[in-house]
Design a protein around this ligand. Sequence first.
Ligand code: SAH
Length: 264
Amino acid sequence: MSQKKTSGQGQVIFVGAGPGDPELITLKGARAIEGADRVIYAGSLVNPELLGMCRPGVPCHDSAHLTLEEVVALMLEGTNNGETVVRLHTGDPSMYGAIKEQFEYLDKQEIPYSVIPGVSSVFAAAAAVKREFTLPDISQTLILTRLAGRTPVPEREALSKLAQHQASMAIFLSVQDMGTVVKELLDGGYAASTPIAVIAKASWPDEEILLGTLETIVEKVKAAGIRKQAQILVGDFLDPAKGYARSKLYDPTFTHEYRQGTDK
Ligand code: SAH
């Protein structure tokens, strides 16, 4: 059985579980799970293998079936009992994690909490396709966004408006509506030949990678039957043939704080 602390105030630790591969949690996050008296995890996306790091007998609650009120009630019950409660969120908690509403509740109850970041699926997706979002002369900006769904997106952030920047882009929560994604990107001024990648279940054993252009990707996604848990990456950074300027940092002619180059 778990050894529950019965005196003193407990705490809640929000932990980024990473994108799926259990080795992609941080050391600090893993230690928090090992020390937890109770875990509340987002069962729809967090790899259940991570729960194997808990001490035997530690209660693990899947928040997929719970409301915010039920989640915070579990936190209150645990912390009143002096427990350390770990709240496991997929990827990094700060992206589409619905954490602020939990923080506000804990603030009101004066329950201490902290946050341990995680590897977002956006970075697992870039790793899967072995690409760099920020290439000199191509883009120095990464836009992280989504299509409106049941959660609205402010009009000024419509995908077609963001597309006007032609920056590197990662689109969460939208693969179920690939036709609209492509339409908005084209409306925003992307050429039909712009490369796009869909990475489903990045870092999981059944990861799938589809590479195409705005012209071909809708068919590919349909044929693969991908409807959820995918990142959509867009931009010329994906095109291996596209010319870019090499970095100044590693250029032999370039002097900087840590290295004398041939320019001085
Ligand atoms: N906080 C999470 C995102 C939660 S929203 C993060 O930082 O990754 C859920 C969305 O994230 C999914 O709809 C999908 O777009 C993306 N996602 C989560 N895990 C993923 C994975 N392993 N591979 C690809 N996309 C993933």
